[in-house]
Design a protein around this ligand. Structure first.
Ligand SMILES: *Cc1c(COP(=O)(O)O)cnc(C)c1O
Length: 424
């Protein structure tokens, strides 16, 4: 099936007389005929459901749809994008380990890595996604366990060179984990370019309607854990909490990563979405390919309008020819990037807040990447605690407005911006 068809059909095939739509299986527990049958589930000898803190059929149907869309071999939903990125790293890195990460990543992920996971004993080295090969090489240490980046970074909108980062990771015997939230599998499938693990905040385009917070992890199934046995003991040596099973042996490269993340991390942290949230996410995915086309068309039209406007000092949109990442965007996302644009006016912080106050269609919201056009001034909200110098260091200028083009009529979005710019 092609991607547009997978959006509708992957992950769930109703049998004769069964519900057309994926059923919401709102049940904490599942019934078995014997204790022995249930024991096999607890030993991971048989596949099945026993408790919805670990796995739920509705969540799994949606995870399977996302895995199909990304071209992966296994997937799982998490209760948020934060949980997805935390699990993806913590599944293979322990205290004393190290990760190489792109420096232009979502602020929440940066905080998770730099503050919270650091407290757990995991160190991160941040590299500019456009750094030289020497700088990238120098970031690796003997205890490095993964490389991390975002396809299109939120909010810096840099595009990562997936092949280059994947090759660097593989040369050091570790996987490349990529957060594909802004591109979505409709515009880019990182696994096809060499990435190993894909994560998502489904809260953004995948849900797409401002409705439910969620995340996902998809395994490409190609990373050979056993070939790097010493680096990944959690996958390649016996798990005492499951009677000594070895994930990479029992579930192969296709299934080991997600099975371990479910059996250990979901069991212990319980960051699973409700079946109802999974159902909402599935509704979002059904129209994902149609919506992404419109988000990209609107994003490009708005970016071109802003670039031609004399009150606008700069526009950053990877779909614009003036973007330093235009070539990379064309290579990895020839059909469009996303609907998110960053721009700045002369007059700094104050002018940014002023123009935002005059917008009528675009709403001020701490959100991005959904059907409703919204705007945010990072310097006075998500990045409020940072000084102007710190803002510049993470690619967020004080005057920067993050504009997320929804799926409204583009003429209404442009008229709205025109009247707001006229007033400042
Ligand atoms: C929003 C976001 C996250 C965090 O996701 P939540 O669902 O809000 O927890 C992670 N990565 C990127 C790129 C995001 O935009």
């Amino acid at each position: 099936m092609r991607k547009d068809t997978q959006c509708i059909h992957a992950g769930y095939t109703p049998g004769n007389g069964e519900p057309r739509m994926i059923p919401i299986i709102e049940s904490t527990t599942f019934k078995y005929e014997s204790s022995a049958a249930m024991g096999d589930l607890f030993d991971l000898k048989a596949a099945g459901y026993f408790y919805s803190r670990l796995q739920n059929p509705t969540c799994d149907m949606v995870a399977a749809k996302l895995a199909a869309l990304e071209g992966g071999t296994a997937g799982m939903l998490t209760s948020s994008g934060q949980a997805a990125n935390f699990f993806a790293i913590f599944n293979i890195a322990n205290a004393g380990d190290h990760i190489v990460s792109s420096s232009t990543i979502y602020g929440g992920t940066f905080n998770l890595f730099q503050v919270t996971m650091k407290k757990m004993g995991i160190d991160f080295t941040f590299v500019d996604p456009n750094c030289s090969d020497e700088e990238l090489e120098a970031a690796f240490r003997p205890n490095t366990k993964a490389v991390f980046g975002e396809t299109i970074a939120n909010p810096a909108l840099t595009v990562i060179d997936i092949e280059r980062f994947a090759n660097a990771a593989h040369a050091h015997g570790v996987p490349f984990i990529i957060d594909n939230t802004f591109a979505t599998p409709i515009n880019c499938r990182p696994i096809e370019w060499g990435a190993d693990i894909v994560t998502h905040s489904t809260t953004k385009y995948i849900d797409g309607h401002d409705s439910s917070v969620g995340g996902a992890i998809i395994d490409g199934g190609k990373f050979d854990w056993m070939a790097h046995k010493d680096k990944f003991p959690g996958l390649t040596t016996p798990d005492d909490s499951y009677h000594g099973i070895v994930y990479a042996e029992q579930f192969g490269n296709e299934g080991a990563f997600i099975t371990k993340a479910t059996a250990q991390l979901m069991r212990d942290f319980g960051s699973i979405p409700s079946p109802f949230s999974a159902y909402i996410i599935n509704l979002g995915i059904e129209s994902l390919s149609v919506r992404m086309k419109r988000h990209c068309e609107n994003g490009l039209k708005v970016a071109q309008f802003l670039e031609a406007h004399d009150k606008v000092k700069w526009v950053n949109y990877p779909g614009l020819k003036s973007s330093p990442d235009y070539e990379l965007a064309q290579k990895y996302m020839p059909n469009g990037t996303c609907g998110v644009i960053a721009f700045g006016l002369d007059g700094g912080r104050q002018k940014a807040e002023e123009v935002m106050g005059h917008l009528k269609v675009a709403m001020i919201a701490t959100h991005v990447a959904d059907a409703h056009t919204c705007v945010l001034h990072p310097a006075s909200s998500t990045h409020r605690q940072l000084s102007d110098d710190e803002l510049k260091a993470c690619g967020v200028l004080p005057e920067m407005i993050r504009y997320s083009a929804g799926i409204e009529d583009p003429d209404d979005l442009i008229e709205d911006l025109a009247q707001a710019l006229d007033q400042v």
